[in-house]
Design a protein around this ligand. Structure first.
Ligand code: FEO
Length: 170
């Protein structure tokens, strides 16, 4: 049976992941309206991955005999000044999520909760990848500047991203 303090912290994290999904779904809609279908696709895949992150915690909590609580999800922004602005906000948000995961690791260590500690290793790796992906796109956007042709080329590249569901137990 999972410790009550950890149960509460994981429920908070489910909410963080659901908010992330909301944020990226909002960005996807924004890019669709802006005619950048590749960026919209990239953000839609991101939204799907965030739902997986939330569900991985959800299933884990149930496996450990915890009680899932679904808190209210805040409304995300719905407009961004530019693709660079949206990607910088994405990176900032992921840095916040990384901090949340690190805080959960600290709590798991404090409570000597080894199963949760193990689970969190997956999230730590995932955060490294997410931040690296965001930084790569930000760097490309900075190089592109206001070159419309460059932006369209990057948009075509981002259209290639596909969603792969995470396997249960992965
Ligand atoms: Fe679920 Fe993007 O962290």
């Amino acid at each position: 049976m999972i410790d009550r303090e950890m149960e509460e912290a994981i429920n908070r994290q489910i909410n963080e992941e659901m908010y992330s999904a909301y944020l990226y779904m909002s960005m996807s809609a924004h890019f669709e309206n802006a005619g950048l279908k590749g960026f919209a696709n990239w953000m839609f895949v991101q939204y799907q991955e965030e739902m997986d992150h939330a569900m991985k915690f959800y299933r884990y909590l149930q496996e450990r005999g915890g009680k899932v609580r679904l808190y209210e999800i805040n409304e995300p922004p719905h407009e961004w000044e530019s693709p660079l602005d949206a990607m910088e906000q994405t990176l900032k948000h992921e840095q916040h999520i990384t901090k949340c995961i690190n805080d959960l690791v600290d709590l798991a260590e404090k409570l000597k909760d080894r199963p949760t500690f193990n689970l969190l290793q997956w999230y730590i790796d995932e955060q490294v990848e997410e931040e690296a992906n965001d930084e790569e796109i930000i760097n490309q956007l900075k190089l592109i500047g206001d070159n419309g042709q460059g932006l369209l080329m990057l948009d075509r590249e981002l259209a290639q991203r596909t969603y792969t569901p995470i396997q249960q137990g992965e």
